[in-house]
Design a protein around this ligand. Sequence first.
Ligand code: FAD
Ligand code: NAI
Length: 494
Amino acid sequence: VLQVTLASLLLGTGYISYSLYRESHPKAQQPQTETFPDGRPRKTLVILGSGWGSVSLLKSLDTTLYNVIVISPRNYFLFTPFLPSTPVGTVDLKSIVEPMRSIVRRSQGEVKYVEAEATDIDPITKEIKIEENHGEIKTSLKYDYLVVAVGSQPTTFGIPGVKEHSSFLKEVSDAKKIREKILENLELASNLSEDDPKRKRLLSFVVVGGGPTGVEFAAELKDYVDQDLTKWMPKLSKEIRVTLVEGTPNILGSFDKKLIKYAEDTFNEEHIDLQLRTRVKSVNCENVQALNPNGELIDIPYGVLVWATGNAPREVTKNLMSKLEEQTSRRGLLIDEKLRLLGAENSIYAIGDCTFYPGLFPTAQVAHQEAEYLSRVFKKLNKIDQLEWQVQKTKANENITEKDTKTLDKNIDKLPTKIENFKYNHLGALAYIGAEKAVADLSMFGTSKQYLTGSFTFLFYKSAYLAMCLSFRNRILVTLDWAKVYFFGRDSSV
Ligand code: FAD
Ligand code: NAI
């Protein structure tokens, strides 16, 4: 037993050291060039975004086949599944980001990264306008193929006061803002007398939207109060109220009924105030005004307000939609079964949250699978380009007969149909619901379903997402964060 344990430890340490060394010592890259060795022009593939779609594409794409340029205002990848854990310090923000520079440097062929925002896409001239340094530098660039993976922005449904008074939970800056607000409110409240109504309001933490984002964040918040603040601020922690407001009759609407019931029961046991069938109508600096199940307008006072009611298209996406008459949906870019943008099928592909395709939800899982599919498409497109180039060269040969030309044309016509349609393979959904419990809606072998709940599911949730982290560095950092919380509790400083 000792020998086996020692051997496993040695092997494990060796594997970790090798993986870390490989990540931090990238190999030399094949540089970008105008042409391939046979004289064929190398096409330019522009990828917009540095999120799940773009980075998954970069990881699976053969970057030696194109001049790849990535444009994104965010110079890092963010592992969103652990974002709800960060405002309360269960996981550190630095542990779930990966710099774009290290991602692009690790690909086989050189990839250029430009920290800029795409503001305008012209599908006719195949030109993109970009703005660097918050609009200070404006330039444009041409593409042969474009992949739009700009994600989405939080929706407010135009509800008055939301933008001014609430925090979203989408980006690193949002998580930082929520953290600062929570810590500030705790200190402010502790300086007020117990009967001061302001103290009660400051300690009212309200989350609007009972989708996975709202549920996971409310759960993390309650864990923080129950597991840490009870030790450091015992009296104050008892006065903190976590409220989750949801417009429909249930939270986690996309999950199975059994899992919804389990999650709602857990929330009730944990004393998270669930306000179901309660639709927010407006927000001011102290209260959320909502229509309750009896049709009455009620005030819910808040000290911290987190808004998580889903996604809306970004400006650049709306701009692109307005240019193509085939783009008739307001929910996102319409694509075909090969992920080609309707109206610009020959050159633009769109993946992830910026798209709308019936049956595909805006999740990392979908964006990742779409990206892997596109990497195969681009391999085939390169092959087609190569054959077309060879045909052109053959046709330029004076001795070629008309019959030969027709045969070549026929072969070319057949090629694009060889690209198979995208097929989404739903592996399931997981959500953390607090008190070290999670729910899992797993698809087994394509059709049969498996529903898991409880603490074992929480371990499964943790290991599944840990395995999905982008780099080995991220995996180690997240594991260390969990260990830190286990031994010392969550950090309560900004
Ligand atoms: P994103 O990952 O959002 O990336 C978009 C990128 O485009 C960003 O880098 C952005 O900076 C960039 N960009 C924006 N505007 C421009 C522009 N004008 N020009 C160029 N670039 C631009 N899904 C799951 O499957 N499992 C989960 O557990 C899960 N947890 C989540 C938790 C939270 C808190 C959130 C908010 C989402 C979660 N999701 C989860 C959903 C998942 O994160 C998204 O579906 C996924 O990020 C979509 O990938 P994307 O590439 O389309 O967009
Ligand atoms: P969502 O769209 O899934 O849920 C938003 C919720 O807000 C809905 O339940 C809706 O009824 C509610 N709502 C809307 N307007 C309201 C109002 N005025 N008042 C009260 N309630 C209102 O959005 P979410 O949670 O941000 O998720 C976005 C996407 O990211 C989803 O596809 C989700 O599956 C994915 N995601 C997945 C996670 C996971 O798998 N663990 C975690 C987080 C997000």
